[in-house]
Design a protein around this ligand. Structure first.
Ligand code: NAD
Ligand code: DAU
Length: 352
């Protein structure tokens, strides 16, 4: 038995593959285009595992996908591949449309064709799991209830709009062709291997380099933080026990403002790696120009996956953030290797 994952060289996909091979015997094929966000170093610990295979390629390459499916005969596929950074989508929306919509459609189409030819009993057990985001539901006011699976789609960035479009296609392939799909809509992840363009790894990286920690706007936007391994476990639960055609929201039950996150990081760094000048890292926090269209608050009601599939997060924000800071402190060579000229160009463009 084999499963095929896409985007497995990125942050969540790599954590998923490592976790999968540690806890399960099944072989896993990773298809990844290796964009700036894809990094095979993330998978160094599993590259010699006989159950793991890597193929470089694009989810939008129908012929390649069909060949892979015929060759590896997966019993399930998980689509992690996407352009994932909201700020980049504001400058380069086209890349997001290509991968997150056109690529997702072609991938769905190729998988649907493969699934249609499977023997009856394999067809019933097959799953197409699409990894999506809570951002498709838009933005909440401070006292609004958390997003449920029944919330209206109201995406506000080119990124979230592209993810919303893919979610609709996934749903349509189920309703029209019967493809046994699952969609998961997850809140903000953090943990090992996250590219230092996202809030938490960027702030750790900047703090250690004695650079400002750029908090957008008033810093009172709220995100619901989930440790990445908890997300991986939720995806595994959905794959194993989820009902075809269903949507599952996944959240950390950890709402924090961005300023609270920044202070928490600074306090842990003060303890673990005090600055040589004796100041607190908190003095590096700087309010900067806001992100256009910045969503004010996300919060996820994860009661459906808790109730129906028995999943709940193992980490609190306090335990997960400590593990994360520790990982970055112990893996500075990983950070150094990816903060190359392309990375520096992006940071200069974004924070000039
Ligand atoms: P990431 O940017 O770290 O990794 C994305 C991976 O996809 C990279 O390895 C990249 O090379 C690959 N990729 C991009 N375009 C591709 C293409 N056309 N074909 C094949 N591979 C391609 O992203 P992430 O943070 O790991 O997110 C993974 C998925 O989870 C995404 O679908 C994202 O929308 C979703 N998600 C992320 C979060 C989060 O907080 N990071 C939360 C909820 C949902
Ligand atoms: O909610 C799930 C989503 O979470 C995923 O779908 C996305 O792929 C993922 O990137 C993430 O999106 P966000 O935009 O919420 O994450 P980001 O880390 O970019 O920003 C988190 C918050 O911090 C957000 O309110 C913007 C703010 N921020 C971010 C950066 C990079 C800052 O204040 N300063 C920064 O420099």
């Amino acid at each position: 038995m084999t499963i095929l994952v896409t985007g497995g060289a990125g942050f969540i996909g790599a954590n998923f593959i490592i976790d999968w091979l540690q806890s399960d015997g099944e072989s896993i094929v990773n298809l990844d285009k290796l964009t700036y966000a894809g990094n095979l170093r993330n998978l160094a610990s599993v590259e010699d595992d006989g159950r793991y295979a890597f193929i470089r390629g694009d989810i939008g390459d129908r012929a390649l996908i069909s060949r892979l499916l015929t060759r590896h005969k997966p019993r399930a596929v998980i689509n992690f591949a996407a352009e994932s950074h909201v700020d980049r989508s504001i400058y380069f929306a086209e890349d997001f449309i290509q991968t997150n919509i056109v690529g997702a459609f072609r991938f769905l189409d190729a998988v649907s064709g493969y699934w249609g030819e499977l023997p009856v009993e394999e067809k019933a057990g097959f799953r197409f799991l699409h990894v999506s985001t809570d951002e498709v539901y838009g933005s909440l006011e401070p006292d609004d209830p958390a997003f449920t699976e029944a919330n209206r789609y109201e995406p506000n960035s080119p990124y979230s709009a592209s993810k919303a479009a893919a979610d609709h296609l996934v749903r349509a392939f189920h309703r029209t062709y019967g493809l046994p799909v699952l969609t998961t809509n997850c809140s903000n992840n953090y943990g090992p291997f996250q590219f230092p363009e996202k809030l938490i790894p960027l702030f750790i990286h900047n703090a250690l380099a004695e650079k400002p920690l750029p908090v957008y706007g008033d810093g009172r936007q709220v995100r619901d933080w989930l440790y990445v391994r908890d997300h991986c476990n939720a995806v595994k639960r959905a794959l194993k026990a989820g009902s075809a055609g269903e949507v599952y929201n996944i959240g950390g039950l950890n709402e924090r403002t961005n300023l609270e996150v920044a202070h928490a990081l600074c306090d842990i760094l003060d303890e673990m790696r005090p600055r040589t000048n004796g100041d607190s890292y908190n003095s590096l926090i700087a309010l900067v120009q806001d992100r256009p269209g910045h969503d004010r608050r996300y919060a996820v009601d994860a009661s459906k996956i808790q109730r129906e599939l028995g999943w709940k997060p193992a980490e609190t924000f306090e335990t997960g953030i400590r593990k994360t800071v520790t990982w970055y402190l112990e893996n500075q060579d990983w950070v150094t290797a990816i903060t190359n000229a392309d990375y520096r160009n992006w940071i200069e463009k974004q924070y000039q």
